[in-house]
Design a protein. Structure first.
Length: 333
């Protein structure tokens, strides 16, 4: 099978900042911790309020900082990067349009240092980058708003097509694919997307998947694919968030939209669902990730491969959420 992501190699060339790969040096790992109550960041916490565990064992952190990541003075590695990913396979045209408008509202109200990129997931091309990261509003808005819902290929309407059996290209394989295989290719593409984002420095990277119903299923092949995708996002210091473009579901049933939750939560990201105000959902998401408590540490005898992270916070107000990266890797594991 050819690569699902056709143009994402361009991400590595974005001149945001040169990266020191933690997977190679393992000198310092940064854990940004975001804490909100409702839609407002929780402020006033100190280093004494935080406990860090790596692979289940207490880990002292060497430094502690509090950053407002929307400020124009933010360093390149501190700026927020948002990649808007439109699912044009499992999303109906009218709901895709709602997602476009919500994404445009987010771009319109972005903080000065925020950078955005745009990508799509289609049956023909897999995940494809349409616009590289930029802090300029107009190019991003132009790309988002000119996506045409009529080009959507909802999986429920995909017809069988004649494809040469010897053709192993991505487009040929996806043309032959049933719904389950389309979902598998989408998850594989998400993993490749995270790997590309890993080459960009920074700890505040976000992919926002705008979809209606990403049908992961529970096949023996899909479960390890999702787990590997989630680990890749963790290692890339990137959150995957999922916006359910279906909005308010009066009759929510298992398997309808909750696969989006499974994809996002495993990366430490958010599942935005059951609301008709999609723009407000995205704006609240942006506010949640504006203020970060940074825990920096040097791992004690880390495992080769995946290492788990747990953050515990004392003195939290009632109803507060604690959000953080769930792991890091050593030697590219």
């Amino acid at each position: 099978m050819g690569k699902v992501i056709l143009v994402l190699a361009m991400l590595a060339a974005v001149p945001l900042h040169a990266q020191t790969r933690e997977e190679i040096t393992v000198e310092v790992v940064n854990v940004p911790v975001y804490i909100d109550q409702g839609t407002k960041p929780v402020q006033g916490l100190t280093a004494k309020d935080f406990e860090l565990l790596v692979n289940g064992k207490p880990q002292p952190f060497e430094y502690f900082d509090v950053l407002d990541l929307g400020e124009p003075s933010a360093r390149p590695d501190q700026r927020r990067l948002f990649l808007l990913l439109f699912d044009m396979v499992f999303t109906s045209p009218e709901r895709l349009l709602r997602g476009q408008r919500a994404a445009a509202a987010l771009v319109e109200q972005k903080a000065p240092a925020d950078a955005f990129a745009v990508a799509t997931f289609t049956k023909t091309n897999g995940i494809e980058l349409l616009m590289q990261f930029t802090t300029e509003r107009e190019p991003i808005l132009g790309t988002v708003l000119t996506l045409r819902p009529r080009t959507v290929e909802p999986a429920t309407r995909i017809a069988e097509v004649d494809v040469d059996e010897d053709d192993t290209s991505v487009s040929a394989e996806m043309a032959r694919a049933p719904i389950q295989r389309l979902a598998e290719l989408g998850v594989e593409g998400l993993a490749e997307l995270a790997a590309a984002l890993q080459k960009i420095d920074g700890f505040n990277k976000h992919v926002i998947l705008i979809s209606e119903e990403f049908r992961t299923g529970t096949s023996a092949r899909m479960i390890p694919l999702v787990q590997e995708m989630q680990r890749t996002f963790q290692h890339a210091n990137t959150f995957l968030h999922a916006l359910d473009a279906a909005g308010l579901r009066h009759t929510f049933k298992s398997g309808s939209g909750d696969a989006l939750r499974e994809l996002a939560v495993g990366t430490g990201g958010q599942w935005l669902h059951n609301s008709n105000d999609l723009a407000r959902s995205l704006l609240d998401l942006s506010e949640t990730y504006r203020r970060a408590y940074i825990l920096g540490f040097r791992p004690r005898a880390p495992r080769e491969g995946h290492n788990s992270i747990v953050v515990r916070v004392k003195n939290l107000p009632r109803g507060a959420r604690v959000i953080y990266r769930r792991g890091f890797s050593v030697n590219g594991g």
